[in-house]
Ligand binder design. Structure first.
Ligand code: ZN
Length: 172
């Protein structure tokens, strides 16, 4: 089932998500629905708070494109250790950030990922470049952080003004 996406400035996007203590059939269903929603959007990553669930789960497929077959992944309680130099991730966007806004963001070039999969198996992997940026972006969501929290204050003020205008038009 395709789920409704929660968009900025909804307050729940800024909340810290709760750890998953047991992988229940309900969690599996949410994971499946999140993947369906992500591919439909289309996007290469989605975090549970983006579909209104306050739990530490993300789905990703950073390499997916028209020419690359789907490799859906579900990460439960993911934790990142930033390893590489800070570099610029160009033109980041987010399914929860309206007006298709994009900006350059500072990200670690390399990360260590620790998580569990849906079967409770431990995952421990290193990732670089776009895959690493994607993980940082999605896992930030679990701590209530959006990529627009990482842009300069002036840019943020300008963006917030645009969103305000857009919301006003929408409700009129
Ligand atoms: Zn996002």
């Amino acid at each position: 089932m395709i789920l409704d996406l929660v968009t900025y400035p909804t307050a729940s996007l800024a909340q810290i998500c709760q750890p998953i203590t047991e992988i229940t059939p309900e969690i599996r269903q949410v994971a499946e629905d999140m993947l369906e929603t992500m591919y439909d959007a289309p996007g290469v990553g989605l975090a549970a708070p983006q579909v209104g669930k306050n739990i530490r789960m993300v789905v990703i497929d950073p390499e997916w494109s028209k020419d690359v077959p789907r490799k859906p992944r579900v990460l439960i309680n993911p934790v990142l250790t930033l390893l590489g130099d800070m570099v610029t991730s160009e033109q980041e966007g987010c399914l929860s950030v309206p007006l298709n806004y994009r900006a350059d963001v500072q990200r670690a070039s390399k990360v260590l990922l620790q998580a569990q999969d849906l079967d409770g198996n431990s995952i421990q992997e290193e990732h670089e470049d776009f895959y690493a940026y994607c993980l940082q972006h999605e896992i930030d969501h679990l701590d209530g952080v959006l990529f627009i929290d990482k842009i300069g204050r002036l840019r943020r003020t300008m963006y917030d003004a645009k969103v305000k205008k857009w919301l006003k038009r929408k409700t009129n």
